[in-house]
Design a protein around this ligand. Sequence first.
Ligand code: FES
Length: 110
Amino acid sequence: MEDIITITVIDREGATHTIEMPTDMNLNLMEVCKGEGFPIKGTCGGMALCSTCHMYIESDHELSEMTDDEEDMLDQAFFVEDNSRLGCQIYPGQSHDGLIVRLAPEDESA
Ligand code: FES
């Protein structure tokens, strides 16, 4: 189907999972991963206020710019790397087919 893309999620144990997601439902990566059963809390419900949806973008797809809120939250997060993003702030579209993300280690304090 045209509105479906495939993304790869690498879990915290290093296992690779290929999942399909619709791009016409305004879903963000946190919601998609959570819906697929990955252990992502998404405590703040996608408001860029908790960093429990922290993930690393492993492919070179072009993504939306980080907002100040996302940047501020990542400043306070643990295990931050150059390719860190908050999953809840990324809404994949057709151009993100083949996206690869890796879940960041769980922040026990979150
Ligand atoms: S779900 Fe809280 S920052 Fe993404």
